[in-house]
Design a protein around this ligand. Sequence first.
Ligand SMILES: [Zn+2]
Length: 285
Amino acid sequence: MPELPEVETVRRGLSDSVVGARIESARVRHPRAIRRHELGRRDFVDRVAGYEILAVRRRGKFLWWQLAADDQPQLALIAHLGMSGQFRLTDKQRVVDRHARATFRLADTRTVVFRDQRTFGWLRLDDWDGDGVPEPVRHIGLDPFDPAYDQKQVAIGMARSESGIKRLLLSQNLVSGVGNIYADEALWRAQVHPETSGSSLAEEGCRRVLDQVAAVMTAALDAGGTSFDPLYVSVNGESGWFDRSLDAYGREGLPCRRCGHAILRERFTNRSSHRCPECQPAPFV
Ligand SMILES: [Zn+2]
C-alpha cells in the first residue's frame, strides 16, 4: 500500500510533468474508479474536459489536481490511490493496459493513465475555489510534510494521552499519514517501545519520536525522488528503499542494526509491530 512518502513522490512527479497542461478529454475504463463521483461517469468525463491543471496538491494520502477553465467554476480532481493506484504518463496514442481505470488525454498529446490493479483507489470531481482544501479532504489532519504542521502542538496533544505511542501515531487525529511501516521505523530509531503511553513519554519524549517520524519519512521521500522518471509517474510500495533501508519493519529474527539482538514481531491490533527487545524494552506498567 502506498504510504505518505510514496504519495508525495507521486504528487511531485505529477506536478513536475502536468502542471500547465490542458485536459482535452477523459475516459473512464472501470466504474469503480469513479464510484465516489456521485454524478456518474458522463458528468465526470464531460465536466473535466477543457480544464487546465494549475497545481497538484496533497493532504495525507489524498491528491488533487487544481483545475481552472475560462468562464467555468474551478474544480478539484481528487484522487486516492487505495492499495495499488498509480499515475503514469505516456506519449502513446493508444493506451493498452488492462489495469488502466481512467485516462486523461492532454492537449499536448500525452496521456495521464490512472492505473489500479486492485481497484481500491478512486477519482472524483468537486467544485473548489482554490482556498483551503476540497470538502472531501477536510477531515484529514496535517502531516509532517505540510507547511502548516506544528510538531510542538502534536507532541503536546500526545503527551496528554494515556494511549500507547504507536496507537497515537497511527490514529490520524493528531498527525496524519503515518502508516505501520514508518511508525515501526521511527520508534526503533527513537528507541521507544510501541506501547509506551504518550503521558509517560511527556512532551519531550513525544517530540523525540516525532523527530524520527519526520526523519524516516523524509529519507523515504528522498529515495523515492532520486529514481524518478518523468515519463513513469508511479507508486511502488516495494521500492528499493524498503529493501535496503528498513531497520525494524519486516526484519523479524534478523539482528538489530544497533545492538545485534533479534528483532521481534508482535501482534498489534490487526497488524504487527517490529521492535528490538534490547533497544525498545517494554515499559513498566
Ligand atoms: Zn537493538
